[in-house]
Ligand binder design. Structure first.
Ligand SMILES: [Zn+2]
Length: 355
């Protein structure tokens, strides 16, 4: 298993480079039979989002480079809504690529919008609406505190707080290596503490360190005004729940509050309907049948996951695939996904995707 993983790690970039440099990748485009949807979060490196992890970021220069490569290869960017209308007509456009940005960060307005406008491109931004009312989710408290004091001191402080929080593992026994410690602590917080306990202990630590929800939310997230500006500029605004919780961990009533809440918030800010949705976290186990039936009932045209791959006429509209792109992504590999090289190889039993 390890060997297979290592081999894939070596082969993936190598194959992508060969297909990219020789131009071979463009031969796959006419037969790709699917549309790529790319997933991003932060754009640029504004000071305000300095505490968010690197895998959520792409620099202005790298995004421009990718958009340039897409243009040169003859691609046009579409919004999710435009793509859904096209697919509903039974057409799978071979020049389409969709850029999506999750969570609704302010840099999507300040940094991304000028890039899109200067390059004649568009995008869909999935906004979680809770932060606009001054409420941040536990992940922001976690990332912010981690940035302030590092994993080991944070674990120490959390351990003091979670004495009565039914934690299965010992926070103080984190690996010494920083990356591994961060990974392990996030896993513990996500899966081994009840959501209520986790939220409470992280909020306590965040506030003890001087964090203020309303201030951080205002600095980091889009507000209604920015959403309207983006909307007027032809960028689609989609919904991403109110509080960014794992939907499958909630009962039907809570799920509805999260999904419908963000839909109604956005409708009131934009003055029109909202057609597109993205699942928080986006893995297949992060939503369930209940989620799908609520989305259907509320009239969403599409919902995107974070499972990689292309989307064709047979891909369920409420379980569309997306490929994550960030500053560390190999653009030759991204282009192989966009052109359908990975899909072609995958169908022949060779999965070389980066994620
Ligand atoms: Zn998200």
């Amino acid at each position: 298993m390890m060997l297979k993983h290592k081999l894939k790690g070596l082969l993936g970039p190598l194959v992508a480079k060969v297909f990219h440099v020789t131009g071979l990748r463009s031969l796959f485009r006419s037969t790709r039979e699917g549309v790529p949807i790319l997933m991003f979060h932060n754009v640029g490196h504004p000071e305000e989002t300095g505490y968010l992890p690197g895998h959520m970021k792409i620099s202005e220069a790298k995004l421009r480079r990718l958009l340039g490569m897409l243009q040169k290869s003859g691609y046009r960017t579409w919004t999710m809504k435009q793509l859904m209308e096209e697919l509903a007509e039974g057409r799978v456009p071979d020049d389409a690529v969709v850029l999506t940005f999750d969570d609704g960060y302010r840099d999507n307005h300040d940094v991304l919008l000028p890039i899109l406008q200067s390059m004649g491109a568009t995008a869909t931004i999935y906004v979680q609406t809770g932060p606009m009312k001054g409420r941040l989710n536990w992940l922001h408290h976690y990332f912010w505190a981690l940035h302030e004091i590092g994993p080991h001191e944070l674990a120490e402080r959390l351990a003091q707080e979670v004495e009565q929080a039914h934690l299965k593992s010992d926070l103080r026994s984190l690996p010494v290596q920083t990356d591994a410690a961060e990974y392990e602590m996030k896993r513990l917080m996500k899966y081994e503490v009840t959501p209520a306990d986790r939220d409470a202990v992280l909020r306590n630590v965040f506030e003890a360190l001087g964090g203020v929800d309303a201030d951080l939310a205002r600095d980091v997230y889009l507000g209604p005004e920015e959403c309207r500006n983006l909307d007027k500029a032809g960028v689609e605004i989609g919904a991403h729940t109110v509080n960014h919780l794992i939907l499958s961990s909630l009962d039907a009533t809570q799920q509805r509050l999260e999904i419908e809440g963000s839909l109604r918030d956005l409708e009131s800010w934009l003055g029109h309907g909202v057609a597109s949705f993205a699942y928080p976290y986006g893995r297949t186990w992060d939503y369930d049948e209940e989620t799908l039936s609520i989305l259907k009932e509320l009239g969403f045209q599409s919902a995107t996951t974070a499972m990689p791959g292309l989307n064709d006429a047979s891909t369920p509209r409420l379980e569309l695939k997306r490929s994550a792109v960030n500053e560390d992504s190999d653009l030759a590999q991204v282009m192989c996904e966009v052109d359908g090289v990975y899909r072609w190889l995958d169908r022949r039993g060779l999965n070389l995707r980066a994620s």
